[in-house]
Design a protein around this ligand. Structure first.
Ligand code: TRP
Ligand code: SF4
Length: 326
């Protein structure tokens, strides 16, 4: 029996290179070794975007199209939509009863979001329970491993804590204590050197046409100390170089040497980067086009995934209901 993986993404916008490097490439690799469940976390999206949901259903399907385009294989992995499996809410409810308020209020991601997010009101009952729902997502499928970014570690800690509380309270060994699988790639910065995020409009999206990619890359910030063409560059403090390292590692050494020897200008360096990135994602984009022509097929894949996910979720909930006497 393969070990189980569950991971999810909130459908809050178009997927970009940061998602590819930070999650999707890793998901694709994990499919063979593990039984993977990949979930569109639309309830989690609702928890923070409830004031503006106009693009939500569009984003859900668009994200799944991207997953399939990068190589998530519906024959190997289960792709499903969180809100189609009500068992997540049942388990969330039960977990809510036994999760101490303090551990949620102290959760670093919660405190940070309340402090940082100014454009939405996150001071809600639902948002406090964000990690409780995430624990339900993970434990419903008894996942052994959860591939996530470093920022999600507090949520995994809470997941294990909730599993422990439940197992101890009801004297049952129902839930495992899942570990994170951390993605190795360092955080990819956006075009402007800030965190890559749709809200900063500094992303390169998987669906961007080649001309758009070239144009976006031409606006990237480079080594601030390199002003003239003849100045030597410092690749390690240049965001363009980190894109090479992440996406075109085969060219890393070459770029490093042309940069420190001032053999190429930044404009050329970026032009070459754009060509290579376009090349690298062209198979993804071709697959995307194909899938977009047959959205019915994508919907079928999702329905099948929902069914598979639900049958396992229902099985776990049977055990849970029995343990809780409800
Ligand atoms: N909170 C995760 C994020 O923002 C998304 C998510 C929801 C998730 N449920 C999950 C990730 C379960 C892993 C497992 O990235
Ligand atoms: Fe950055 Fe390339 Fe310019 Fe060097 S040559 S500073 S790596 S853009």
């Amino acid at each position: 029996m393969k070990k189980v993986i569950l991971s999810g993404m909130r459908p809050t916008g178009k997927l970009h290179l940061g998602h590819l490097a930070g999650a999707l490439d890793n998901w694709v690799k994990l499919q063979k070794e593990y039984q993977c469940f990949f979930m569109v976390a639309d309830w989690h999206a609702l928890m923070s975007e409830y004031e503006n949901t106009s693009l939500l259903s569009e984003n859900i399907i668009d994200n799944v199209v991207d997953w399939l385009s990068v190589g998530i294989d519906p024959k190997e992995s289960v792709i499903f939509i969180q809100s189609k499996i009500p068992e997540h809410l049942n388990l969330h409810m039960i977990f809510s009863c036994l999760t101490p308020l303090g551990i949620l209020e102290r959760c670093p991601t919660y405190k940070e979001q309340l402090r940082e997010v100014k454009t939405r009101d996150l001071n809600t009952y639902g948002f406090l329970g964000y990690p409780v729902l995430q624990a339900a997502d993970i434990l419903l499928y008894k996942a052994d491993k959860v591939p996530v970014g470093r920022d999600q570690l507090p949520h995994l800690e809470l997941t294990r804590e909730i599993a422990r509380l439940f197992n101890n309270l009801y004297k049952k060994d129902i839930f495992p204590y899942p570990d994170a699988i951390l993605t190795q790639t360092p955080k990819l910065l956006g075009l402007d050197g800030r965190k890559m995020s749709k809200s900063y409009a500094n992303t390169i999206n998987l669906s961007d046409p080649p001309q758009v990619i070239t144009k976006k890359i031409s606006t990237m910030f480079t080594d601030p100390k390199r002003i003239k063409l003849t100045d030597q560059g410092h690749p390690n403090s240049c965001n363009v170089f980190s894109y090479y390292t992440t996406f075109i590692p085969g060219m890393k050494d070459e770029v490093y040497s042309w940069c420190i020897a001032a053999k190429k200008g930044c404009t050329d360096c970026k032009k070459i980067l754009a060509e290579n990135i376009i090349d690298k994602i062209s198979p993804i984009q071709r697959k995307r086009e194909e899938l977009c022509k047959d959205i019915g097929e994508v919907r079928k894949i999702i329905l099948k995934g929902n069914n598979e996910a639900q049958s396992l979720a229902a099985k776990t909930m049977k055990e849970v209901s029995k343990a809780v006497n409800i």
